[in-house]
Design a binder for this molecule. Structure first.
Ligand SMILES: NC(=O)c1ccc[n+]([C@@H]2O[C@H](COP(=O)([O-])OP(=O)(O)OC[C@H]3O[C@@H](n4cnc5c(N)ncnc54)[C@H](OP(=O)(O)O)[C@@H]3O)[C@@H](O)[C@H]2O)c1
Length: 442
């Protein structure tokens, strides 16, 4: 009797991807999918393949082979293609073509994977609602902290916890600048110019150094951690432009490192969201995060403190996060984009500065003459702020002196009001700098 033929198991259906944006991250995704195709297919349960792409300039050399992909001049058309199951948006920008494509994709009921924190910070609630309305997925692992799986960590790993705060180093450019200032004794402007020359910092670095990029990411962490819709207007944002080498050295002498920290925390029934340069105690894990690395800390009522550290940007790490989202979708993993269903995201009251209590670092450059210190300390006394330490490290040849103070715990409003009054003194030679101290336990 002839042997009956062995039935062939049907080949799994590939997940067909339309990819918009072939820059740093887009080209990285193509490279990763080519290099790890078998491994990705094994883990996803089906092959994941790019079928169509879009960018601005079709002639540009990108170091990746695009010959097997259909080309669309208009990225929005990727969403309508019958051979595209899912769209990856790596164009960037809060509005414009990225948003048009995101709306078209989710509106068509197709999953969207994006690394675009600016778009999600501005339109995250609308896009999450749209995805839920059409029963599809919106995923953005690469939008916060590059390669670090912090979105998955909060959305899934820590989903059972009531979180009290989530904070971290969310911008690699700022961390790189602050780390080099400390390591090489350089001023902010010199490191920035060098970073731009080497391509580490954008020609227009404002989004990074003024804290806006970190604020975009913080809104997404807040949504995941606290069930509040992403809302940039709620975030108090300060960047690192005004941090001097002298501040870095004074912080070191006090046992701290300066880091740009994005912090979102419950204050009673309210939520405080802030991006600011902070003094981080040397014993805190964020103090040892140097160079372009990112790190996120989340504190949950059952899990305790979680720490995520890794590369916050770059083609490889960011592509790793994008493809992780593709694998999750290929596996059929679902659930709301921001962990809580879009309709159930509720804006929490914004914590007032009066409710925010902490210790603060104050730096002033003042005329080097008798009585000035007494005037400064009188202002703090009148504001109800007591001084933990006061240092006058050096007198300049220009007749001014640096004064550095650390306050005891006080209301932020009191410390800031005192700084405003100090700035009005004729003896104060330049705008003072105020920076919060991150608590050791925080
Ligand atoms: N770079 C990182 O390390 C990193 C990390 C995390 C998240 N992200 C996010 O990832 C996204 C992409 O960043 P990137 O660094 O890869 O940017 P990029 O290098 O500037 O690349 C942007 C790409 O978008 C294309 N593009 C621009 N306008 C377009 C349009 N109207 N239609 C179709 N394509 C268009 C550009 O085309 P041409 O090449 O033809 O000009 C380019 O290929 C952004 O949202 C960014 O915030 C980046």
């Amino acid at each position: 009797m002839p042997a009956s033929p062995v039935p062939l198991s049907p080949l799994p259906t590939p997940l067909n991807v339309g990819l918009a944006g072939l820059g740093t991250v887009g080209a990285g995704v193509i490279r990763l999918l080519a290099a790890n195709a078998d491994l990705v297919a094994a883990r996803a349960g089906r092959p994941i393949r790019v079928v169509a792409v879009s960018a601005r300039d079709r002639q540009r050399t990108r170091g990746v082979d695009l010959s097997g992909f259909a080309w669309e001049d208009d990225a929005t058309r990727l969403a309508a293609r019958a051979d595209v199951d899912l769209v990856v948006e790596l164009v960037g920008g809060a509005d414009g073509p990225a948003l048009t494509l995101a709306r078209a994709t989710l509106g068509a009921g197709k999953p969207l994977v994006t690394a675009n924190k600016a778009m999600l910070a501005h339109h995250g609630l609308e896009l999450a609602s749209l995805a839920e309305g059409t029963g599809t997925a919106l995923r953005f692992e690469a939008a916060v902290a590059g390669g670090i799986p912090v979105i998955k960590g909060l959305r899934e790993g820590a989903a059972a916890n009531r979180l009290s705060r989530v904070y971290g180093i969310l911008n690699g450019t700022c961390n790189y600048i602050l780390s080099r200032m400390a390591a090489e004794g350089l001023e902010f402007a010199d490191v920035l110019a060098d970073a731009q020359a080497q391509g580490f910092a954008e020609a227009d670095p404002g989004f990074d150094i003024d804290g806006v990029d970190a604020a975009h990411k913080l809104t997404l962490l807040s949504a995941l951690a606290f069930g509040t819709p992403p809302d940039l207007a709620r975030v108090q944002v300060e960047g690192i432009r005004h941090v001097r080498l002298a501040d870095v050295r004074q912080a070191e002498a006090l046992g701290y490192e300066i880091r740009l920290v994005g912090l979102s925390e419950r204050v009673g029934d309210a939520l405080a969201e802030r991006v600011a340069p902070c003094l981080v105690p040397r014993a805190h894990p964020l103090a040892s995060v140097t160079g372009p690395l990112n790190a996120v800390v989340a504190e949950g009522d059952f899990v305790g403190r979680l720490l995520f550290v890794g590369a916050g940007a770059g083609a490889g790490p960011t592509a790793s996060a994008v493809v992780a989202d593709l694998i999750a979708i290929a596996r059929g993993e679902s659930g709301p984009a921001f962990s809580t269903a879009a309709a159930a995201l509720v804006p929490l009251p914004v914590a007032s500065a009066a409710e925010r209590v902490g210790r603060y670092y104050l730096r002033l450059r003042v005329a080097d003459r008798p009585g000035v210190l007494a005037d400064l300390t009188a202002i703090l006394r009148d504001a109800g702020v007591s001084i933990e330490s006061l240092n006058q490290p050096a007198s300049g040849a220009d007749g001014t002196a640096l004064v550095v103070m650390v306050t005891h715990e006080c209301a932020e409003t009191a410390a800031r009001a005192a700084v405003v009054r100090m700035a009005e003194l004729s003896a104060v030679a330049e705008p003072p700098l105020i920076m919060p101290l991150l608590p050791t336990e925080g």
